[in-house]
Ligand binder design. Structure first.
Ligand code: LIP
Length: 262
């Protein structure tokens, strides 16, 4: 694997956190039957994974800034670079013993994501990309799918839970999209949804109300695999609104048209 020093550092951190999470995931499967359930245990596993990643990344690059799901934002001496980290994307899956979750690490430079790692540790699938160098899964080069007909295509999304305000809009999206495509999937980990668009497993993905750490790395994977990304509301910033559309080149516009219709 030929990558920059920063990419290698990110991979090392993701693998180390992944090993710790895989160990905890086995324990979670045992805890399902206990009355208390695995909730507290999973929060600890999540925090421990972020601690491991932070120690690796900030230890090696102390001047870079930090944005992590568990520990929030910390400015660095170098205002142009920051790590954007979700130590455990797909927490609900992890909590329920479903092997579909990932470690997501992105490096932002001057407001742009330049390196990305999404590690599906349970399946040992490491998705990675660097700006201008393509996207890969382990050693395999990734390309978005070549399908160009909505009716033959499948799309993924995240359906908001726990009374989130974006639920009505998402239900409306589903009502518009489902009749004109081959199906919609809801797997529960935004970083892997984006990695799967990059890998051509499905043609597109959209979601409303997610955070920068859920999607930062995945967005670069899609772009480097030849896909397109944009905001749900035209002209707005993806990170600011937390709403994103990603798809192959053929279906990006048709998907935007369906999701942006008033
Ligand atoms: C989750 C996402 C999931 C999305 C949820 C949530 P977490 O991230 O990846 O797909 O629908 O809104 O943000 O909380 O597991 O890191």
């Amino acid at each position: 694997m030929q990558g920059s020093a920063n990419l290698n550092l990110m991979i090392k951190a993701a693998r180390k956190a992944g090993r710790s999470l895989v160990k905890d995931f086995r324990e979670v499967e045992n805890l399902q039957v206990s009355a208390k359930g695995p909730g507290d245990f999973v929060s600890r596993a999540d925090r421990e994974a972020e601690r491991i990643i932070k120690e690796e990344l900030r230890g090696a690059r102390p001047s870079y800034g930090w944005l992590g799901e568990e520990t929030g934002e910390e400015a660095g001496e170098d205002p142009t670079r920051r790590w954007i980290v979700d130590p455990l994307d797909g927490t609900t899956n992890f909590l329920h013993g479903l092997p579909h979750w990932a470690v997501s690490i992105a490096l932002e430079h001057k407001g742009e994501i330049v390196s990305a790692v999404v590690f599906d540790a349970a399946k040992d699938e490491l998705y990675w990309a660097e700006k201008g160098s393509g996207a890969f899964m382990n050693e395999m080069r990734l390309r978005v799918s070549g399908r160009n007909r909505m009716i033959e295509s499948i799309f993924a999304t995240g359906v908001p839970f726990g009374g989130r305000s974006t639920l009505p809009a998402t239900l409306q999206d589903l009502a518009r999209l489902m009749p004109v495509c081959a199906g919609v999937r809801r797997f529960g980990a935004a970083s892997l949804d984006l990695a799967y668009v990059a890998a051509g497993k499905y043609e597109g993905y959209w979601e409303r109300g997610i955070k920068a750490w859920d999607m930062a790395a995945g967005l670069l994977l899609v772009k480097e695999a030849g896909g397109f990304v944009g905001p749900v509301r035209e002209g707005r910033d993806i990170f600011e609104t937390g709403s994103v559309i990603a798809a192959n080149g053929e279906l990006f516009e048709p998907l935007c048209k369906v999701l942006r219709a008033e």
